[in-house]
Ligand binder design. Sequence first.
Ligand SMILES: Nc1nc2c(ncn2[C@@H]2O[C@H](COP(=O)(O)OP(=O)(O)O[C@H]3O[C@H](CO)[C@@H](O)[C@H](O)[C@@H]3O)[C@@H](O)[C@H]2O)c(=O)[nH]1
Ligand SMILES: [Mg+2]
Length: 242
Amino acid sequence: MAANTQTKYSVLLPTYNERENLPIITWLLTKTFAENNIDYEIIIIDDNSPDGTLEVAKQLQAVYGEDHIVLRPRSGKLGLGTAYIYGIENATGNFIIIMDADMSHHPKAIPEFIKKQKEGNYDIVTGSRYINGGGVYGWDLRRKLTSRGANFIADFLLRPGVSDLTGSFRLYKKHVLQQIIKATVSKGYVFQMEMMIRARQFGFSVAEVPITFVDRVYGESKLGVGEIIGYLKGLWMLFTSV
Ligand SMILES: Nc1nc2c(ncn2[C@@H]2O[C@H](COP(=O)(O)OP(=O)(O)O[C@H]3O[C@H](CO)[C@@H](O)[C@H](O)[C@@H]3O)[C@@H](O)[C@H]2O)c(=O)[nH]1
Ligand SMILES: [Mg+2]
């Protein structure tokens, strides 16, 4: 079957100290896209990781080719939200997939996202850990409560009608993502939640697919107290302005 030249998917992979994870996720992504005959590019946005992630990314580009692996490094750790903005400026696909590089988001879910998007011509398909069939593995109680609490407060205050507001495994129509990004002011992890609130404001359609989030094996989470405070500030800003 010939590849569909009309549709291309750009994956945005932000990385900070992911040298062990990047080869595995890249291999699984390329395998998934090839098996499903999907046109794609993977855009790696590395923030000058001290562990040498960029060197690994360069090697992967040599293996898989410049058409499939695009490198968009930045000079320092500037946060997740701005990494996505930088990535999308360089994306050539008409759909954008955002996901983590640490294998917590498994590429096998991508064909399901694409199928769901086509079913209802949805503007956004979001992976959810908190609907039937979804789940979280490997987190301690504190981290589970942080995630549940973050979702609960945002849902209570803003009523967006999406079960997993803080997850980042999502598929967007590119022009939809561009419009939402322009309206979004948050810079850190809170970005994911604000994106959903803005999507609802604009009246975009959102479908959900259950996903299993498995905590990383290699490296560490970058979610610290600063991100949690940033989340609460962002939430308050949305509550008082939306
Ligand atoms: N370029 C760049 N990448 C970053 C930065 N901070 C984190 N990343 C990358 O962003 C991804 C997610 O970071 P983690 O540190 O692994 O996040 P987590 O604690 O597992 O958090 C997950 O759950 C959160 C709450 O549900 C989500 O908000 C988050 O997106 C992620 O899915 C990883 O690929 C990581 O390398 C940054 O400042 N710059
Ligand atoms: Mg992670």
